[in-house]
Ligand binder design. Structure first.
Ligand code: MTE
Length: 351
């Protein structure tokens, strides 16, 4: 249940799915209560008197941790932007399948927790091919059909052993709210949000990628056409993206000088350049990027626009990341509209 003062905009009530309005994304520090929520099933009811995290292989759980045990392990804090793979789906053409997110399925928070690497330190039989499966306590029938399953995702061992892959218990300095995964959630920096499993209570070392519905069938890139039964590529690293947050679609602004602002991020690391266009991409002006932001967080950007001539304008922004990758005018269409990082364009009137 959201705080009464939350500014989230609900896309679904049962289970809760809600997005952050664009102007709120422009806040210097996003409030936890304004951070988007994406639940596939109802949030689980957890009894902390008996709650334990189990780690190992099915039938051979070598380690059990209580919440207090986890709090005693070395703590690791980092700023990480999470973006839902379906974010910005409502602007995809031709239309694609799935919940119609505006641009508000993204947020950045400071997460504190334990490196998964530390938790796996005493676990035997981990090979380079192993995957580590994180299972949440929520369950249901995906899309209302098929067998009941728990929400779960496996992650390749190399990514899991990066010390920045953490089991977080705090979000912005306080215990995780229920909808963000209390008591603990996985945070996989740089990857789309679906792998940051909430309400984790079981970690299994498995020999191959998990066959759960969301990993194997849903969060994969598929195009249109007959079913091929091939393995479809998994959605993983967040593509470079930027948004204009200071001006709304259709807004009227007085002629004169304006500072246009927004946020930019990439799963590959820092944002190195942001450019602003006052004329639908015909010309681009260099923007200023806040370079203090962390490797996995988002960066605030701004650009001065001398909007001296009255009229109707399509203003746009594009970002480039540390790998030199720049946003495309149009992303690679796929059936569920995942990873839409097309250039954000906003129609405004100078009056
Ligand atoms: N973990 C569980 N257990 N159940 C879920 O439905 N949703 C995933 C991920 N982890 C989900 C989950 C998706 S699709 C996203 S985008 C992120 O959580 C959203 O995290 P948030 O709700 O904290 O913003």
């Amino acid at each position: 249940m959201h705080q009464p003062s939350s500014r989230l905009d609900n896309l679904s009530e049962y289970p809760i799915v809600s997005q952050t309005p664009l102007d709120v994304l422009g806040d210097n520090a996003l409030d936890t209560q304004d951070f988007f929520v994406r639940n596939h099933f109802l949030a689980p009811k957890i009894d902390m008197a008996v709650w334990r995290l189990t780690v190992g292989k099915p039938g051979d759980y070598t380690q059990l941790y209580s919440y207090e045990d986890l709090l005693e392990l070395p703590a690791h804090s980092l700023d990480v932007a999470l973006e839902c793979a379906g974010n910005s789906r409502s602007s995809v053409l031709p239309p694609c399948e799935g919940m119609l997110w505006g641009h508000g399925g993204v947020g950045c928070a400071t997460w504190t927790g334990v490196s998964v690497r530390d938790i796996l330190a005493n676990t035997e039989d981990i090979s380079e091919e192993s995957e580590v499966l994180f299972l949440g306590d929520d369950e249901g029938r995906p899309h209302g059909t098929g067998p009941v399953e728990r929400y779960g995702m496996s992650i390749p061992i190399e990514k899991v052993l990066n010390p920045d892959t953490i089991l977080a218990y705090n979000m912005n300095g306080v215990a995780l709210p229920e909808d963000h995964g209390y008591p603990i959630r996985l945070v996989v920096p740089g990857w789309y949000g679906m792998t940051s499993v909430k309400w984790v209570s079981e970690i299994r070392i498995v020999p191959r990628p998990h066959k759960g519905f969301y990993q194997d069938k849903y969060y994969v890139f598929v195009t249109d056409g007959p079913e091929t039964y091939e393995t479809n590529p998994r959605v993983d690293v967040i593509k470079v993206k930027s948004l204009i947050t200071s001006v709304k679609r259709g807004q009227q602004i007085p002629s004169g000088k304006h500072v246009i602002e927004g946020k930019a991020w990439s799963g590959y690391g820092k944002i190195t350049r942001v450019e602003f266009s006052p004329d639908n991409g015909r010309t681009w002006l260099p923007g200023e990027v806040d370079s203090s932001d962390s490797r996995y967080g988002w960066s605030a950007w701004k650009c001065v626009w001398n909007a001296d001539v009255k009229g109707r304008y399509l203003i746009a922004v594009k970002a480039t990341d540390v790998k030199g990758i720049c946003q495309p005018e149009l992303f690679d269409w796929n059936f569920r509209g995942f990873a839409n990082n097309s250039i954000h364009t906003v129609p405004v009137e100078v009056v």
